[in-house]
Design a binder for this molecule. Structure first.
Ligand SMILES: NC(=O)c1ccc[n+]([C@@H]2O[C@H](COP(=O)([O-])OP(=O)(O)OC[C@H]3O[C@@H](n4cnc5c(N)ncnc54)[C@H](OP(=O)(O)O)[C@@H]3O)[C@@H](O)[C@H]2O)c1
Length: 293
C-alpha cells in the first residue's frame, strides 16, 4: 500500500491491519512513522523511480512465491505550482501521483493473485462535468515537463488524477486480454477535509477554510453533492470496503465514487472513457519509466 501514513490511507490501513492471517506492507518516506501493529514499513519515495524499483524488489524478495491479494495505490500530493521536479526531472506532482504508481502497478502485475485487486485512488476533479477545472484534454509530455503556459495548481492536480483513472482502465483491459482475473478499481474518496492534503494548502487558504470555504461548500453541496466535505474516517473505510470486496462494483464498472458518504458507481469523465487517450498515456508513461509498451 502507498499513502498509508496519513489521511484517507491511514484510516483504510486500520481496517487492513485488523485482518487475521494477513501481512500488510506499506511504502513510506522518511523514518519513525507510526503504523498499526502487524504492518511492515518499507522505504518508498514516490518522487524517485529508483526508490520505486527498490521498494518493489524489497517486497518481491519478502514474498517469494506468495502472491499479492490487494495492491492499494493511494498516495498523492496536490500541486501548488508546477515548478518542482522529481529526482528524475519530471514535474513532482505528475511523478508522484501518476508515474510512480504506473510503475508500481506494472512491476507488481505479475505478482498479483488470481482474483486479487488493484485499487487506485483518483478524484472526481478528473471530470470537468463535476468540477469545473477538470481536464478536457490530456497532454502527457506537458504534464511531465510543464512550461509557463501549462496548467497549474488544482488544474494540474486534476490532470494527474485523470492519469490515475486512465491507468486503472488500462490495467483493467490488460486483465481482460490476458485473463488474469484481477479486479481493478479507481476510487474517488470525494472532498475529504481532515487530511494532510488540505493541510498542505497555502496559509491564505488555511485561514479562509473554516470561516468561508467550509460553510460555503456546505451550502453548495445541497445542490452539487461533489462539494460535500467528508471525513478521512469514512473515506478510508470506503476504500477498505472496496479493497476487501465488502462492496462490489456492478459488472463492467471500474469507477467507484464516494458521494455524501455513500459509494456510487458513475461513469468517469468522457475523456477518461476515451481509449486513444488511455492507450497514449500508457505508451508515453512506459517510455518515461523505461519499460516496454
Ligand atoms: N482529501 C481530498 O479531498 C481528496 C479528494 C479526492 C482524492 N484524494 C486523493 O486521496 C489520496 C489520499 O489523500 P489524502 O487526502 O489522504 O492526503 P494526505 O493525508 O496528504 O495523504 C497523502 C499520503 O501520500 C503520501 N505521499 C505523498 N508523497 C509521497 C512520496 N513522495 N512518497 C511516498 N509517499 C508519499 C503521504 O505520505 P507522508 O505522510 O510522507 O506525507 C501520505 O501518506 C490521494 O491520492 C489524493 O489525491 C483526496
Amino acid at each position: 500500500m502507498t499513502g498509508a501514513t496519513s489521511g484517507i490511507g491511514a484510516e483504510a490501513l486500520k481496517h487492513f491491519a485488523k485482518l487475521p492471517d494477513t501481512k500488510v506492507y506499506v511504502g513510506v518516506r522518511g523514518s519513525g512513522r507510526i503504523v498499526p501493529k502487524g504492518t511492515e514499513v518499507l522505504p518508498l519515495d514516490l518522487s524517485s523511480l529508483k526508490s520505486v524499483h527498490s521498494f518493489a524488489d524489497n517486497i518481491k524478495q519478502r514474498l517469494g512465491n506468495t502472491k499479492i491479494d490487494i495492491l492499494v495505490l493511494n498516495a498523492g500530493v496536490q500541486a501548488t505550482d508546477n515548478k518542482k521536479r522529481s529526482e528524475d526531472g519530471f514535474e513532482l506532482t505528475f511523478a508522484t501521483n501518476h508515474l510512480a504508481h504506473y510503475l508500481l502497478a506494472r512491476l507488481f502485475l505479475p505478482n498479483l493473485a488470481k482474483g486479487g485487486k488493484i485499487v487506485i485512488t483518483t478524484s472526481d476533479s478528473h471530470d470537468p462535468a463535476i468540477i469545473f477545472f477538470g481536464p478536457k484534454t490530456l497532454a502527457t509530455k506537458e504534464l511531465a515537463y510543464p512550461n509557463e503556459d501549462s496548467p497549474k495548481g488544482m488544474r494540474f492536480y486534476a490532470a494527474t488524477k485523470l492519469c490515475n483513472l486512465l491507468t486503472a482502465r488500462s490495467l483493467a483491459s490488460i486483465n481482460v486480454e490476458e485473463n488474469r482475473s484481477v479486479g481493478v478499481i479507481a476510487y474517488n474518496p470525494g472532498l475529504t477535509g481532515d487530511t494532510s492534503l488540505m493541510g498542505k494548502q497555502s496559509v491564505f487558504i488555511k485561514i479562509l477554510l473554516p470561516v468561508i470555504i467550509l460553510p460555503l461548500f456546505y451550502v453548495i453541496s445541497m445542490f452539487k453533492p461533489a462539494f460535500f466535505m467528508g471525513t478521512a474516517k469514512r473515506s478510508g473505510e470506503a476504500l477498505a470496503e472496496l479493497a476487501l470486496g465488502k462492496v462490489t462494483l456492478p459488472t463492467d464498472k471500474i469507477y467507484a465514487s464516494l458521494v455524501r458518504g455513500k459509494l456510487t458507481f458513475p461513469n468517469p469523465s468522457q475523456l477518461a472513457q476515451d481509449n486513444n487517450t488511455r492507450d497514449l498515456l500508457w505508451k508515453e508513461s512506459a517510455k518515461m519509466v523505461g519499460l516496454p509498451e
